[in-house]
Design a protein around this ligand. Structure first.
Ligand code: ATP
Length: 436
């Protein structure tokens, strides 16, 4: 993990928030490469969930919602993790993460070891961030920063269904920020207090929910494979009766084997008609679906897929990181799937003379016109330039050399196979596009 965090900072993937002030706890800023990686993850998700299908519609609901939404959803009363406080250091630990509870006030004599906290009774703590709408800070103006995007999809269920003329089964997808005042954030961008979610709510006829649940679990696993995550590093964890959230009939986590152990990457949940039923009750508005064909009326069940975009980007980084030796030299490579790579191609003139930089600059401009994120580098030896791009996860390096002016061709080197291919100058953009 330390190597990933250090690479992320060194190469401009992720910086600590407000670093010059000493940092803001568990908030991270995505730098030039990180913002591209995160956006590529989000785009891959949106494209698979919305653009490639005719039964899912997109939505972008507000972060702030009517406060009654969170009463109806159960978050005001139930969005809590039982915590235990250490009597010595006063730190609070989640009841389901007690293995992390090492007391900083009682250092261990053994290097790297820890002495357990002296924990009190479990207590409840609300994880939602509270603020005030309008100029007066009073109880009547309390609003919350949403802890999940899902509720925006439920309260808009009929708006989306009627305007898009979808029929059940169909889904609503959202990408957007969510906030949780996590008690034990950490592990870099794994658990943060502000994060982006990629959530999809699929509305189905009651009775067909178990089948749709299995379908969506398969689809989501397949998606993680498609973006290049090694299948042996992914597994499923079905929630037992004591782990299930208050709204869930069944829940399976897709877990990834991080350097700090197997942890949740995405959750697939059967939320039944809990949310629509509660919103109907709390708002007094009917949310019953009437099938235009059969005239059947029912409150749909919901199968939800919920993933953190930052967490998925972290998985991509961890899964892609490797150290190897090439021709006796050590190299660090991020073997990111080309669709996720922040920079798709880097252009190098072999030498800083003989017109090579001019040709390389023209090629760079052609790549930019084709909207291919590309970089230019003429500093240092060619080997060092390769190493810089390998570390950034750039799949292809394009070298303009002594022959280019005559044969109008360049050499494209593949990051993973190290194979080199001679390609006509005018075909470079198309060659890359074919492989994205
Ligand atoms: P965890 O137990 O890891 O805190 P959760 O079970 O509370 O997660 P869900 O409510 O199911 O998570 O949220 C769906 C997804 O959103 C998670 O699988 C994860 O990828 C992401 N996510 C949840 N909380 C955070 C967070 N604090 N920081 C980053 N991503 C998060």
């Amino acid at each position: 993990m330390e190597k990933i965090v250090s690479l992320a900072k060194r190469r401009g993937f992720v910086f600590q928030s407000s670093e010059i002030y000493g940092g803001a706890a568990s908030v991270w800023d995505y730098g030039p490469l990180g913002v591209e990686l995160r956006k590529n993850v989000a785009d891959a998700w949106w494209s698979a969930m919305v653009h490639a299908r005719d039964d899912i519609e997109g939505l972008d609901a507000g972060i702030l919602m009517h406060p009654r939404v969170w009463e109806a959803s159960g978050h005001v009363s139930g969005f809590t993790d039982p915590l235990l406080e250490c009597k010595t250091c006063k730190k609070r630990w989640r009841a389901d993460h007690l293995e992390e509870a090492g007391c900083p006030r009682k250092p261990s004599v053994a290097p790297g070891g820890h002495v357990d906290c002296e924990l009190g009774e479990p207590r409840l703590f609300n994880l939602m961030f509270k603020t005030f709408m309008g100029p007066v800070e009073e109880d009547a103006s309390v609003v919350y920063l949403r802890p999940e995007t899902a509720q925006g999809s439920y309260v808009n269920f009929l708006n989306v269904q009627q305007t898009s003329r979808q029929r059940v089964p169909f889904g609503i997808a959202q990408l957007g920020k969510a906030f949780r005042n996590e008690i034990t954030p950490g592990n870099f961008i794994f658990r943060t207090r502000e994060f982006e979610q990629a959530e999809m709510q699929f509305f189905v006829k009651p009775g067909s929910d178990d089948e749709w649940f299995d379908y969506w679990l398969d689809q989501r696993l397949a998606w993680h494979h498609e973006i290049g995550i090694r299948p042996e590093k992914l597994r499923q964890h079905a929630h037992g009766p004591n782990e299930l959230a208050h709204y869930a009939k069944t829940a399976v986590d897709i877990e990834y084997e991080f350097p700090f152990g197997w942890q949740e990457l995405e959750g697939v949940h059967n939320r039944t008609d809990f949310d629509l039923g509660r919103h109907q009750e709390y708002s007094g508005k009917r949310l019953i679906y009437i099938d235009p064909g059969s005239g059947e009326r029912f409150l749909p069940y919901v199968v939800e897929t919920a993933m953190g975009v930052g967490r998925s980007a972290l998985v991509a980084l961890v899964d892609a990181y490797r150290e190897e030796e090439v021709a006796g030299q050590k190299r660090v490579v991020l073997g990111l799937h080309p669709a996720l790579a922040p920079i798709k191609a880097a252009v190098f003139p072999l030498m800083k003379k003989f017109g090579q930089p001019e040709i390389a600059t023209e090629l760079l401009a052609a790549l930019r016109r084709a909207r291919i994120p590309a970089a230019y580098d003429q500093a240092g030896s060619i080997g060092r330039r390769y190493r810089r791009q390998d570390e950034a996860g750039t799949p292809w390096c394009v070298t303009v050399d002594g022959d280019t002016a005559e044969d109008r061709s360049v050499t494209i080197r593949d990051r993973d196979t190290l194979q080199q291919e001679r390609v006509g100058l005018d075909h470079v953009a198309g060659w890359i596009q074919d492989r994205l």
